[in-house]
Design a protein around this ligand. Structure first.
Ligand SMILES: Cc1ncc(COP(=O)(O)O)c(C=O)c1O
Length: 300
């Protein structure tokens, strides 16, 4: 039986039993942090979110996360009800309340708020957004490189549900993850509408071939902040990097593959569709990029 591993696995931390959660301008105990069954997020997945990490007292790449949050909110015509500065203050308030100084992960969520009746129309969301920050003590502990399986669920065109929206509704990704698990893998590798390799259900995806780093064109995937940092680090360190179309043939034949995301930074991949990638262990380029990324985070 395949041991279950996820890309967001962390060490057990008893302090997470007694967290304080930010809920609409108040910081309340976890048990009291509840939202209405009429909430637009619960009922329809109508909201946007960001995942952030705290390293040595600093929220990594906070400006980029705030840019993406406000851009997504504008795209779905949702007034967050806070300025950028007020969002920063809410994060800080939650961090201080939880006495967190490093290795914390925040999920910041904004939905269209409670609805007056249980139907879709946004005009039924009349009492302002629901704004929540869940902050956990979090030390990633992914016990082995990740196994991927290609799934039938695609990364779609931007005129359906733009994959660049970090929307509350993640059903497409969840179905991809379920399909991968049923195929004995940890996470789903998703293709784009043209059949090129695009991304995984929860992370961005890279391969390494003959010393060069490849990732998708970026057209159909989440505009991951970690993805961009890895591309920038390659450019700054004379590592050839290509945002390009490539197929499963190129992928199975890669020397290394890895995932990127705020939680796990760069996570090695050992197998894709039952094919071992390289040695099946973390490769030298993935290791190098992890070191460079760690330095970049420490410089903030
Ligand atoms: C589908 C998907 N891909 C990739 C990512 C990674 O993005 P980031 O590096 O900004 O955490 C996320 C994170 O929210 C995601 O939901």
């Amino acid at each position: 039986m395949n041991e279950r591993v996820t890309t967001h696995q962390a060490e057990e931390d008893a302090r997470n039993e007694a967290l304080l959660i930010y809920l609409n301008d108040r910081v309340v105990p976890k048990a009291e942090a509840v939202v209405s069954v009429y909430d637009s997020g619960f009922m329809l997945g109508d909201g946007v979110w960001e995942g952030l990490r705290l390293y040595n007292g600093v929220w990594a790449f906070l400006d980029e996360h705030l840019d993406r949050l406000f851009e997504a909110a504008k795209a779905i015509d949702l007034d967050i009800g806070k300025t950028r500065e007020e969002v920063r203050t809410a994060l800080e308030q939650t961090r201080i309340a939880n006495e967190m100084t490093t290795n914390a992960h925040a999920r910041l969520m904004v939905t269209r708020g409670p609805k007056t009746r249980p139907f879709q129309h946004p005009s039924l969301s009349q009492s302002g957004p629901t704004f929540v920050i869940i902050m956990e003590h979090s030390q990633p502990k992914i016990p082995r490189p990740i196994k991927l399986a290609t799934v039938p669920h695609l990364r779609g065109l931007p005129m359906t549900q733009d994959p660049k929206l970090n929307s509350h509704s993640k059903l497409n990704c969840i179905l991809a993850c379920i399909a991968a698990e049923k195929a004995g893998a940890d996470e789903g590798l998703m293709l784009d509408v043209n059949g090129f390799v695009n991304t995984t259900n929860a992370c961005n995806f890279f391969i390494v071939r003959k010393g060069a780093v490849w990732t998708s064109t970026g057209d159909y995937c989440m505009n991951g902040i970690t993805r961009q940092k890895v591309i920038d680090l390659c450019r700054a360190n004379d590592i050839p990097v290509f945002e390009r179309n490539y197929s499963l043939v190129d992928t199975y034949g890669a020397d290394e593959a890895f995932l990127t995301g705020t939680f796990g930074a760069q996570t090695p991949v050992s197998h894709i569709d039952g094919r071992q990638i390289g040695t099946g262990e973390m490769g030298p380029m993935t290791m190098r990029l992890r070191e460079l990324y760690k330095k970049l985070v420490d410089q903030q």
